[in-house]
Design a protein. Structure first.
Length: 159
């Protein structure tokens, strides 16, 4: 199995702490967080993904809006630059300790956050990152953690 994610959710997954748009949204996200924590592979998709799914039955879901597509574009550009690889529909990524640590460190530094501009959750994500991801729901398997850990990286490894 793979987890279908649109590109800006590569950022959102870093700071997910069990909050969301509705109970159904959170329940679904919890299941995805557990799968990501177990290392299940991610495949990038265009448009609504597995996290969006519970919202799609509503009238005019924001997941289909131009603003969200622009958020995806900015996230894809930032993550591709960071990882020095194309990030587009069909790209496959394993949520390994090294990937999550690298993304979280760079997110905390603010260097991959252009996609977050105007997002209603930005304040929460700022706080989660500032607290070293201590409350983040996507955990990093201990056995997969690099031996060299410091500061913010060390604390997020404990989630
Ligand atoms: S600020 Fe918004 S777009 Fe950025 S990571 Fe948080 S929820 Fe996702």
């Amino acid at each position: 199995m793979t987890i279908r994610l649109r590109t800006h959710h590569l950022l959102c997954m870093l700071t997910y702490v069990g909050k969301g748009y509705s109970p159904a949204f959170v329940d679904n996200y919890e299941a995805i967080a557990a799968r990501l924590s177990a290392g299940e592979e991610i495949v990038i998709v265009d448009g609504p993904d597995d996290i969006c799914a519970p919202l799609l039955c509503g009238a005019q879901p924001h997941c289909l809006g131009d603003g969200v597509a622009e958020r995806d574009r900015k996230a894809a550009e930032a993550v591709a630059t960071l990882l020095a690889m194309p990030v587009m529909a069909g790209t496959r990524l394993t949520p390994s300790a090294s990937l999550l640590l690298r993304l979280r460190r760079t997110f905390a530094e603010g260097d991959i956050r252009a996609a977050c501009s105007g997002c209603e959750w930005s304040g929460l994500c700022d706080t989660v990152a500032a607290e070293g991801y201590a409350k983040a729901r996507i955990a990093i398997a201990t056995a997969d953690v690099p031996t060299r850990r410091q500061g913010v990286l060390h604390r997020c490894c404990q989630t």
